[in-house]
Design a protein around this ligand. Structure first.
Ligand code: SF4
Ligand code: SF4
Length: 753
């Protein structure tokens, strides 16, 4: 708890808009001994040494910097005491406008002065209620477990060993290499990216098995993973019985399995021996079983998609008409249902891999037969990632290869050959193509399903959660944090993360290994690995008042909390991502972080001077803004000269999931007229850094609305709005719209009570 705070005002960054000396004077008057040093400095960035000297000479235990947003230059100010920033530039001076939109004069407007004063007072109390977290450092095990010994897993093992860490590699098959064993010659893996390249997977296997730092278990699967990052215990079930190893982090490289052939039945797969999918064709090519001399590679699965949509709609209609009576018996083939439409999405996700793969396969067979084989790639979308475009261009000159965009409308067996009907082609005509063989794309389905389990010994169960939300892929945030999964310390790489080409899988393996290394180091230093990298705080529980309601354990998005048989939470600090969702959930408010807690934010809310006269002095609106998207969007809006109502006060929160209903009650009883919860988008293409905090907040808001209703306060006074980080041009209008609605509603009935 900071008891001697130095407050510094950055004249260059906030002067001109504000009477900074007057603000400093009011701070001295209000806070007295708590703020023994209050100084206005010409430029904060040049005052670092003098602030350090004040800390020393005055015995300060907290520093409050009033100037630019902490997102701008926060890293400049590293002192041996707690540091807080008051954002008086982007979200105060720059965002200010008069309520009636009249031009702002040269004198600091009264409302701006009031706003700045509120923010400074909130900053002081925030520091006053903040403590330095105790260390959560553990003795971290410098060993990485790699699950999956295919192309990605082998690369990960080699890269991890190259960093000096020990590696344990678990492979379920009898030999290493996985699907890469069927691809001796791949698409380009390196410069000049124009020609085929030997994959040399055998060399990778040799390097891995010869490396003394890597222990390989083949014919082995994971039985159990318990503990937390830095100190996991892995139990591996292998031929010689279970083996237990200590590891610091895990790379998940279990790869993919092909989409079931039933989904491409309407295109002949599994029905006609002349129709195969690309991965099968690769194996046939490898074993010299391809005798066809005219081959169509079809990169358009519209026929299958339409057939499944139709069958699913028919099944639904029949079920609706016949009810239970028509429901198939257990084990009976149900045909296609609506969820199959989700499964076939894997074909679209795999389009880039299939585009490159078909170029590779066509190239290989042409080369083997001196272009005596005629190959045709009929594509709806040719998706060639990045620099592999050069390979595509090279293939355009291949004598035996003809490529065209085409709608493939029918694939039929004409006895001696197959016919592929093509429409809307680049040749400007529709045609029927006679071929000996048809190659369809392979749907790469990630192997995070139940058959490849990591065996988490976690309260939330042995598997990754909610996989259906991510179509089975292992990420926890597609947009900002590749490699992350929803189990801290386990990093996904390769096709278990997303369908990708072999060169991309190698790059992915390196990325995941770096995350694993970072995780082990972070656990050793007792800091968060991501997304709040370097954060030393973690949730602390006051178990005396815990009612074992289990809300925190159930709502933690990352399975960081286990519990005992009674339901008392058992924290695992190294698994924790410091989002605060647990303390947002806790009805007893017994969870807190040393430097982010219920009382602290409640005190900040109470520090705002809410005027009694709504008509004359306007409403007051509290904005709790997620610091990952909403807060930076506000910063960018202010910096770009976009302004919003001066009746608002913004408090950043770690995640909307950390918003405890008591803060809304605090605001209402203080006399605020409205509360806006501003956070990330959620849903299928979610952005929430903590996966579902924003969504959880929305659910809790319904409970808040009920409470407000009971109290006779309009629930419309609390609104949640979604904003992405780049929507800075939209956010001022969102705020002003809310302020207008609240103004029309009139004052909070609790005002002045
Ligand atoms: S802070 Fe977030 S990750 Fe940590 S225990 Fe609480 S809910 Fe889980
Ligand atoms: S939410 Fe609070 S009261 Fe409920 S189990 Fe967790 S710590 Fe205990």
């Amino acid at each position: 708890m900071a008891g001697k705070i130095g407050v510094y005002f950055d004249l260059e960054n906030i002067g001109g808009g504000l009477d900074v000396e007057a603000l400093a004077a009011q701070t001295r008057d209000k806070w007295g001994d708590l703020t023994p040093v209050v100084r206005v400095v010409p430029l904060l960035a040049k005052a670092v040494e003098s602030i350090a000297a004040d800390i020393e000479s005055e015995g300060l235990d907290g520093v409050l910097l009033c100037g630019a947003s902490p997102r701008v230059d926060g890293d400049l100010y590293r002192f041996p005491v707690q540091v807080e920033h008051v954002n008086l530039r982007e979200q105060c001076v720059q965002a200010y406008k008069n309520p009636d939109n009249s031009p702002v004069g040269t004198e600091a407007p009264e409302l701006l002065t009031i706003m700045a004063r509120d923010y400074v007072n909130m900053g002081v109390v925030k520091l006053q209620k903040s403590e330095v977290p105790d260390s959560a450092a553990i003795t971290s095990v410098p060993r990485i477990l790699v699950i999956g010994g295919g192309w990605t897993g082998l690369t990960a093992a080699m890269e991890a060993a190259a960093t000096g860490y020990e590696v344990v590699l678990v492979e379920k098959a009898a030999q290493l290499g996985g699907a890469a064993n069927n691809i001796p010659v791949g698409s380009p893996l390196a410069s000049p990216w124009t020609d085929k390249q030997p994959t040399n997977v055998g060399d990778k296997i040799k390097a891995v098995t010869a490396d003394a730092r890597i222990t390989v278990y083949c014919n082995a699967v994971m039985q159990k993973l318990e503990g937390q990052p830095g100190e996991f215990t892995a139990v591996i079930a292998g031929e010689g019985g279970p083996v237990t190893v200590q590891v610091g982090a895990v790379v998940l490289a279990t790869g993919w399995k092909p989409l079931e052939s039933k989904y491409l039945e309407s295109m002949g797969l599994g029905q006609n021996p002349k129709v195969v999918h690309a991965a099968e064709f690769g194996k046939l090519l490898l074993t010299g079983q391809v005798t066809a001399r005219r081959i169509a590679f079809v990169l358009d699965t519209t026929i299958a998609e339409e057939a499944i949509s139709k069958a699913a709609a028919e099944a639904e209609a029949t079920e609706a008409a016949d009810g239970e009576a028509a429901a198939p018996a257990e084990g009976e083939d149900k045909g296609f249902v609506k969820s199959d439409l989700e499964s076939i999405k894997h074909l679209r996700y795999s389009n880039a891999v299939n585009s490159v793969g078909m170029l590779r396969l066509a190239n290989t067979i042409c080369e083997k037969t001196n272009d005596a084989t005629q190959t045709f790639i009929l594509y709806k979308d040719m998706t060639v990632p990045g620099i592999l475009e050069r390979f595509y261009k090279q293939m355009q000159d291949r004598l035996g290869l003809m490529m065209t965009k085409a709608d493939v409308t029918e694939i039929r067996d004409a006895g001696s050959h197959m016919v592929v009907a093509c429409k809307n082609t680049l040749l400007g005509m529709d045609f029927d193509l006679d071929v000996d063989m048809v190659v369809l794309p392979t749907g790469l389905v990630p192997t995070t399903a139940k058959e490849v389990t990591v065996g988490f010994d976690y309260r939330q169960g042995p598997d990754f959660p909610d996989l259906e939300l991510f179509d089975g892929f292992a990420d926890s945030n597609y947009i900002c944090f590749p490699y992350e999964t929803r189990r801290t310390g386990v990093y996904a790489a390769g096709c278990v993360r997303q369908p990708q080409t072999m060169d991309a899988c190698e790059e992915d393996a390196r990325g995941a290994v770096l995350k694993a290394v970072q995780c082990i180091e972070a656990a050793g230093h007792g800091v968060a690995v991501h997304p709040r990298s370097g954060d030393t705080s973690y949730p602390v529980f006051n178990f005396v008042r815990c009612t074992q309601c289990k809300r925190c354990t159930e709502e933690c998005p990352f399975g960081a909390l286990d519990d005992d048989e009674k339901g008392t939470p058992k924290p695992n600090p190294a698994r924790c991502r410091r989002c605060g969702t647990c303390f947002g959930a806790c009805p007893e408010r017994v969870i807190s972080f040393a430097n982010y807690n219920i009382d602290q934010i409640g005190s900040m809310i109470r520090e705002v001077q809410v005027p009694k006269d709504f008509k004359k002095e306007g409403p007051r609106i509290l904005i709790l803004a997620c610091e990952n998207d909403a807060y930076p969007a506000l910063d960018m809006a202010g910096a770009r000269g976009k302004s919003w109502s001066p009746y608002c006060r913004v408090i950043p929160v770690r995640c909307l999931g950390s918003v405890n209903a008591i803060w809304v009650s605090d605001a209402m009883s203080k006399g605020f007229d409205g509360v806006m919860l501003l956070g990330c988008k959620y849903g299928d293409d979610y952005q929430c850094h903590f996966v579902k905090g924003s969504e959880i907040c929305n659910r809790r808001k319904e409970n808040i609305a009920e409470t407000l209703n009971r109290l006779g306060v309009q629930p419309e006074r609390v609104e949640q709005m979604e904003v992405a980080i780049d929507e800075y041009d939209k956010v001022p209008d969102l705020i002003d719209g809310f302020v207008a609605r609240i103004t029309a509603m009139g004052p909070n009935p609790f005002k002045g009570m």
